[in-house]
Design a protein around this ligand. Structure first.
Ligand code: PXP
Length: 247
């Protein structure tokens, strides 16, 4: 069942970047992330997430238009706060743009965006995206000062970085979970829609899915990895079932 039909819906956005990573390893056109997007659309995904990186290590420019043409699912474009990415977002007009920090040398998006420290840099980018009707999200650590900064910037959405939670062990797991739940509640109280993502798996998704204020999870690497063994459809369905069960 699609999330919009459930009483307290939690949307699943599927990040298909790593389908493109596998494609790019050989430089050809297989496997095609567009085919992944089509599968996600048929099997319970609520959105497609793709991160166009400065170095184009996975999704490429032409993938965006092809994904948009192939499915009606909302596209959430993850992008760095640069003029190049702003111009691309304005050209493609995705449903949403999630502003993420980006460092060339990192393997994945390692920390949250410093929305508090980069207010002046982010203001024109957030405003121009919003003026174009694109729903702006900021990928931030679950910290009060970052929520306050998102509020000042007028961002309608924050995505809370779950990486610290995903990597935590022992007593730290409950601490990270509390932080995420508290910051989701704080965002919601201030009229900001909280989402979450990064490092989520079958094993760790349920406590996150149980946080009542969260409206969306974005999950990629684990699903594409599982898809190698069971197929993308089965992987997405299982994640969807686990999320629903926890809700
Ligand atoms: N959300 C954001 C903003 C991301 O940048 C990413 C990928 O780094 C994800 C969610 C998905 O993370 P993962 O691939 O670990 O599921």
């Amino acid at each position: 069942m699609n999330a919009s039909l459930r009483p307290n819906p939690l949307r699943l956005g599927v990040n298909i970047d790593h389908v493109a990573t596998i494609r790019n390893a050989r430089g050809g056109d297989h496997p095609d992330p567009v085919r992944a997007a089509e599968i996600v659309a048929r099997c319970g995904g609520d959105g497609i997430t793709a991160h166009l990186r400065e170095d184009r290590r996975h999704i490429r420019d032409d993938d965006l238009a092809r994904i948009q043409a192939a499915t009606d699912l909302p596209l959430n474009l993850e992008m760095a706060a640069t003029d190049e990415m702003l111009a691309i977002a304005l050209r493609h007009k995705p449903h949403a743009a999630c502003i993420v920090p980006e460092r060339r040398e990192e393997r994945t998006t390692e920390g949250g965006l410093d929305a508090a420290g980069q207010h002046n840099r982010l203001t024109p980018i957030v405003n121009r995206l919003a003026d174009a009707g694109i729903r702006v999200s900021l990928f931030i650590a679950p910290e009060e000062r970052q929520i306050e900064a998102a509020l000042l910037l007028g961002a309608p959405v924050v995505e809370l970085h779950t990486g610290e939670y995903a990597h935590a062990t022992g007593e730290q797991v409950a601490i990270e979970l509390r932080r995420l739940a508290d910051m989701a509640a704080l965002a919601a109280k201030n009229g900001i829609e909280p989402h979450a993502g990064h490092g989520l798996t079958y094993d760790n998704v349920q406590p996150i899915a149980a946080i009542p204020h969260l409206a969306e999870l974005n999950i990629g690497h684990y699903l594409v990895g599982e898809a190698v063994f069971v197929g993308l459809e089965a992987a997405v369905r299982q994640m969807r079932d686990l999320m629903d069960e926890a809700r």
